[in-house]
Design a protein around this ligand. Structure first.
Ligand code: ATP
Ligand code: MG
Length: 569
């Protein structure tokens, strides 16, 4: 490729709207151009990187036994109504009508379409299992599109779907995909961590995310400093450390004038905070059921865990007005001495074993002491709805939880039968009995991974691509276009590298050499070969972007040296 003919428009200034490094550098290097908020054109240089990543993904998915297909972006609403996601996806899903006034959407993901494809084709257990994937544009009308390719409204994703007769078979494929995703990220030279995750709106029983570690990451991940436990913040678990059990005392109501906050209750009643229970009031947005969520006073409710325990789309805390309408007194709500006819109680695991705890008195300026779960009240549901934090003890060993920032680049789910049941995708088992197909799904953000690679590897001069993603591997730079010897040597090296299949560009623009260096560094080309002063002796200089090393080398050794450097970096 010749620089003079290639469409590369680098920018010297930092674009105003760019907010993180990858966004700034991709704009400055002329890789992407914004069309509207969260919507970008991939210019030739950027698209070249995306295609290199796609090739790696295809190789690893094919090696793992998945088969590529391609499904439509434009999808009829009926499919989404079948699974209930027409409502559940909310404003993030882009909806439109065709000329006959029929509802359509632009696919944010493809569970409905793939399930529709296979339900018509699969009848017997003999055709299972299999795994199909695509690399396709997705549309999500994100509330806050930002950070360039990191959170776009139109972006590219690899999405795979697997189909099974047994949970064991799904588990095996889930691990197979986990391994394949790991290989993709390894080949991209990324530092990443697979972490336990919440399944969110896609649903299902188990899920893992892949996070590329970077300080600019939107997500907080939690990991143990001594075992391999790692989780995103939403799903993180930690060991519960309770005060020792005591003999149960009689509950008593005490005056606590103007004392409504946990810290004040602790000071006023002289009780340890791990013997207090607070009541948080939530409403299930789907059916307006009211929940009293009970948790130890020093812990916070994790709304994602709560939503999952209730099995609903979303929960919101009651407003002051709603509290009053329900006859509840803010700051003094508790599970004991209250009419619970219209309230469902959820007890976090943290309160089940506490003896003699304090709780709201359900009258202004009062609290109970020595209340006990099981004896004085029970719950409709119990489980872990507690937010776990760094510094707490790991739930798997005695290590301490740490935190780091991450960019979520992949997410794999065990879907189970959520979609096959709602969409009636069944197979006949050995006994001729219809069974719902068990499913898994696997998503890897293509464009986000490209941005994450830049977040992780850059310096003040620009991008430092891993060899596998670099738009070009070598930039051959003749120091002076007017010097015929330098030009000829540059051309000779350019042709010889190209002949060997090394992705090379020659900077044949009539510009100063310093200017060309700046562009090469900004774009992040791993190796520069400069044909300069010693061209007449057949000697060129090789510069390594990543380390700043440089070597003078005879033209006959260039190919070997480049091949050696490619292996090394
Ligand atoms: P997030 O929590 O960041 O919104 P998500 O949980 O909605 O992500 P999934 O539905 O699991 O994402 O999608 C699979 C992958 O697609 C993600 O791991 C991510 O790499 C990518 N992805 C999701 N949303 C976007 C987006 N708006 N822009 C770019 N890539 C995205
Ligand atoms: Mg999302």
């Amino acid at each position: 490729m010749r620089f003079s003919k290639y469409y590369i428009k680098t920018l010297k200034e930092v674009p105003k709207e760019a907010d993180v490094t990858s966004h700034i550098l991709m704009m400055r290097a002329g890789m992407i151009k914004k069309l509207a908020s969260g919507i970008y054109s991939y210019l030739p240089l950027g698209y070249k990187v995306i295609k290199k990543l796609e090739t790696i993904i295809r190789e690893e998915m094919d090696n793992a036994g998945a088969h590529e297909l391609f499904m439509p972006v434009l999808q009829p609403a009926e499919l989404w109504k079948e699974t209930g996601r027409w409502e559940a996806m909310g404003p993030e899903m882009i909806r439109l009508k065709d000329r006959h006034n029929r509802d359509f959407i632009l696919g944010p993901t493809h569970e409905e379409v793939i399930t529709d494809i296979i339900r018509n084709d699969i009848s017997s257990y003999k055709s299972l299992p299999f795994n199909l994937y695509q690399i396709q544009t997705k549309f999500r009308d994100e509330r806050r599109p930002r950070f360039g390719l990191m959170r776009g409204r139109e972006f590219s994703m690899t999405d795979g779907y697997s189909f099974h007769t047994t949970q064991e078979c799904l588990d095996k494929e889930f691990n197979n995909m986990k391994e394949a995703y790991g290989k993709v990220f390894d080949r991209c030279g990324l530092h990443y961590r697979p972490v336990e995750a919440d399944s969110g709106a896609i649903g299902g029983s188990g899920s893992q995310e892949f996070h590329v570690l970077a300080d600019s990451g939107e997500d907080e991940i939690i990991f143990c400093d001594s075992c391999n436990y790692a989780s995103n913040l939403e799903a993180a678990r930690s060991k519960l450390e309770n005060a020792p059990k005591e003999e149960l005392k009689e509950a008593s109501l005490l005056d606590t004038p103007n004392i409504s906050k946990i810290d004040d209750v602790v000071n006023y009643l002289k009780v340890p905070v791990n013997k207090t229970v607070k009541a948080m009031m939530y409403r299930d947005v789907v059916n307006d059921d009211i929940y009293m969520v009970l948790i130890r006073g020093d812990f916070e409710v994790n709304e994602v865990k709560l939503r999952n325990l209730i099995d609903t789309i979303d929960v919101i805390m009651l407003t002051d007005e709603e509290l009053i309408n329900a006859g509840l007194i803010k700051g003094y709500i508790g599970p004991y001495g209250i009419d619970l006819t219209n309230i469902k109680v959820i007890a976090d695991n943290s309160i089940l074993e506490i003896s003699n705890h304090t709780a709201g008195g359900n009258k202004i300026d009062t609290h109970y002491m020595d209340v006990n779960y099981g004896r004085d009240y029970t719950a409709n549901l119990t489980g872990d709805v507690r937010s776990s934090k760094p510094g707490e003890t790991c739930s798997k060993c005695d290590g301490q939880l740490q935190s780091a920032r991450g960019i979520e680049t992949g997410h794999i789910f065990k879907l189970g039968t959520k979609y096959s049941i709602s969409m009636k995708a069944t197979y006949l088992n050995e006994n001729g009995i219809a069974q719902p197909i068990i499913m898994g799904c696997y998503g890897l953000g293509v464009t986000r991974t490209v941005a994450a690679a830049i977040e992780q590897s850059h310096d003040e001069n620009g991008i430092i691509w891993p060899i596998s993603l670099a738009p070009f591997i070598v930039d051959v730079i003749p120091a002076s276009l007017k010097d015929e010897v330098q030009m000829n040597l540059a051309e000779e090296i350019y042709s010889s590298l190209k002949k060997e299949g090394i992705d090379t560009i020659i900077d044949d623009r009539d510009e100063r050499v310093g200017f060309k260096f700046k562009d090469a560094d900004l774009i992040g080309i791993p190796f520069k070969i400069i044909s300069g002063k010693r061209a007449s002796e057949g000697i060129v200089e090789i510069k390594v972007r990543k380390t700043g090393e440089s070597f003078e080398i005879n033209k006959n050794e260039v190919l070997d040296k480049i091949q050696e450097l490619i292996k090394k970096y």
